[in-house]
Design a protein. Sequence first.
Length: 277
Amino acid sequence: MLKFNEPMSKHCSLRSGGTTSEFFQPTDIHKLSDFLKNNKKPVLMVGLGSNLLVRDRGFNGVSIQTKNLKDLSISKDLIESGAGTSLAKLSRFALAQLKYGAEFLSAIPGSVGGALAMNAGAFGSEIWQYVVSVKTMNLSGELQNRHPQDYEISYRSTLHRFKDEFFVSATFDFNLEEQNDHVGELLQKRNSTQPIGLPSCGSVFKNPKNHYAAELIEVSGLKGFCIGGACVSKKHANYIINQDNASAMDIENLIAHIQETIKKKHNIELETEIIIV
């Protein structure tokens, strides 16, 4: 389905941002490939929008949302998932198949594609630890098979040399011998210390080496600090909340203020997890 002048605030968990000239939701990778073969406009790939902010001026191109690419299957003990599958759903599916290791994914908002793109993690585990292979598509609609050795994987970072490719599916080997029984307990604790249910993008900043971003922000006196309708969460300082109809500019200005404050007080540069376009 192709829409025009679609508000991206409807598709980003911060519930803020400008419009996109065109918005396309393919029902499968074949429809996605056909669309890309005929497309000449700039492309923005969107999963569940949990780590994305589109500036108020909007995106002059086509935003492609992959949330319908959510097939899940298991073969020879390996699980294949579409890029649009939510991480929580993948975690539940793996557990139902008695495949252990994916439990940590239940704590991460977002989809498989987005998690692969940033090497998402929680509780000491990261998604690329379990990747056997991935399928990617380029802007010409061509499918490629890739493997972990094709990428430079590090903390919240996935780098590659392939121009204009994005993830459409992945095959995982969740191969731990037993279930991590502590994840439920950790998840309960996390939910009690994070502003669950409020419009946010999850963690805004990566943790600097030997530090926690939330701790740096809190000791700098920024908990509860607001610019316009955007506020640093009083519950977890590494979360920004759209508290009162915040514009994308409010959010971006608050991010910049936090970075400037931490640099001035601690001489540490905070790097964002959120993608701003």
